[in-house]
Design a protein around this ligand. Structure first.
Ligand code: GLU
Ligand code: MG
Length: 437
């Protein structure tokens, strides 16, 4: 890594944005202990130029303290200088946790899961985005020519991700006009969230270097195909062995994994307030778009909020290694740390309560009759951010997952965004989210 220029101290906030302050690389070591200050109230930033009401006001600040393991570089390319960055934890003082830090929230949730079950939560994010640009011509869905036409960008993106230590599993054109996708490798939860954050920022930078723009907005316009952020989850024992499946349980899930899924389904509405946390998220969710519209689980069912994905191999051991559960009701307006944290919390509730998995959706849940859905306990997902926030407020178990400052600021920001959506003309509303994300 180069030794001159700037390194950006970067942190993610409640609206899933990577914020940053730069310091000369020569001063980096001296910043490792106490980082840089940042007004507490900064944690109440909306995605726009607006600070939501918050418990802190103008007084006090946290420290953004680098986690040196996360340092990465986007290489120079002859025109653009190298960019270095490092992910920070927000702390009131060195070594002390802050209740409103999203990275700490995720760390604590997976630590509690581990302490009570001995299991690690492993995760991998699939990130869909829209490419745009003056000379950009969208090609047919999934087409080779859609890849070839953007090969400079795609291959540059792969190199930049690999150089940053987050090399992708796959990179491909998607279904929508101008839509592409990268899939991250599975990692322990906190590292998986770090990788998702870095992957989105690098995608934006790779696009910029190729005269393009990448937007991860869940619904760039009312007519575009939605951009999902599917989160693949599995549980690993202390040897690192994937124990999500034991072949005998419902849908091939092991007993603990089935309880984990039951917990996520039980708290799905509260979870949704964090995984689909923007008014624009609810323009993506809904039946018949493969984005999911129903609170249910299904084997390889792309219309279910939780899709069980068995590993593919004739070798049973290898198949068990790849077995995972895909949370489909998530998008990139979510903080990856909050998203994984609430999934870990909800799953842990399922394990604690030894919750039983409801019957799976064997077909598109929208094609079942109302009676069939009722019998299987399948309900529509909230249709708006307001509805998800209302559900969150009535879920007393979920309320206990959060420190007051995080919970109250989150509700304040999100209520402001819901009001903003109501009071803004549709064109401007979609454009603002498309630009912000
Ligand atoms: N674009 C779809 C979504 O909004 C997902 C398509 C897919 O299955 O990859 O989630
Ligand atoms: Mg996809």
């Amino acid at each position: 890594m180069s030794e001159d220029g700037l390194i950006y101290l970067m942190w993610s906030d409640l609206v899933g944005m990577a914020r940053a302050r730069g310091v000369p690389i020569g001063d980096y070591d001296s910043r490792l202990e106490s980082g840089l200050g940042w007004a507490n109230a900064g944690q109440a930033m909306t995605p726009f130029e607006h600070l939501a009401d918050n418990p802190w006001g103008p007084v006090d600040e946290v420290r953004q303290i680098p986690d040196p393991e996360t340092r990465f570089e986007i290489p120079a390319d002859g025109v653009n200088p190298a960019i270095q960055a490092v992910i920070c934890d927000s702390r009131p003082a060195p070594g002390e946790p802050w209740g409103a830090c999203v990275r700490q929230f995720c760390r604590d949730a997976v630590a509690d899961l581990k302490a009570e079950t001995g299991l690690d939560l492993i995760a991998a994010f699939e990130l869909e985005f829209l490419l745009e640009g003056d000379d950009f011509v969208p090609e047919a869905p999934f087409a080779f020519r859609a890849a070839a036409a953007q090969h400079g960008f795609l291959t540059g993106l792969e190199q930049m991700l690999a150089a940053a230590g987050v090399g992708p599993e796959t990179v491909e054109p998607e279904y929508g006009r101008g839509q592409y996708e990268i899939s991250c490798h599975p990692r322990a939860a906190l590292k998986a969230a770090d990788a998702a954050l870095v992957s989105c920022e690098i995608t934006r930078e790779a696009a910029r270097r190729h005269g393009l723009r990448a937007s991860f907005s869940p619904k760039p316009t009312p007519n575009h195909v939605g951009n999902g952020c599917h989160i693949h989850l599995s549980l690993a024992d202390s040897q690192g062995k994937n124990v999500t499946s034991d072949g005998a349980g419902p849908l091939g899930l092991g007993e603990t994994a089935a309880q984990f899924c039951a917990g996520v389904l039980k708290h799905m509405e509260a979870v949704l307030a964090f995984t689909a946390p923007s008014p624009v998220s609810y323009h993506r969710l809904g039946p018949h778009h493969w984005s999911t519209g129903y609170r249910c689980i299904g084997l390889q069912n792309r219309e279910a909020a939780l899709r069980v994905m068995p590993g593919i191999s004739r070798d049973l051991e290898k198949a068990a290694k790849g077995f995972n559960i895909e949370m489909r009701a998530a998008d990139c307006t979510a903080s990856p740390y909050l998203a994984l944290g609430v999934l870990a919390r909800a799953g842990l509730e399922g394990i604690r309560g030894e919750m039983a998995l409801p019957p799976p959706a064997e077909i598109d849940p929208a094609d079942m009759t109302e009676e069939e859905r009722e019998k299987a306990g399948i309900t529509p997902l909230p249709a708006s951010l307001d509805a998800a926030l209302e559900a969150l407020k009535t879920d007393e178990v979920a309320r206990a997952w959060f420190a007051d400052d995080l919970y109250n600021s989150f509700i304040s920001i999100k209520s402001w965004e819901a009001d903003y959506a109501r009071s803004t003309a549709p064109d401007q509303f979609f454009a603002c989210y498309r630009h912000a994300y």
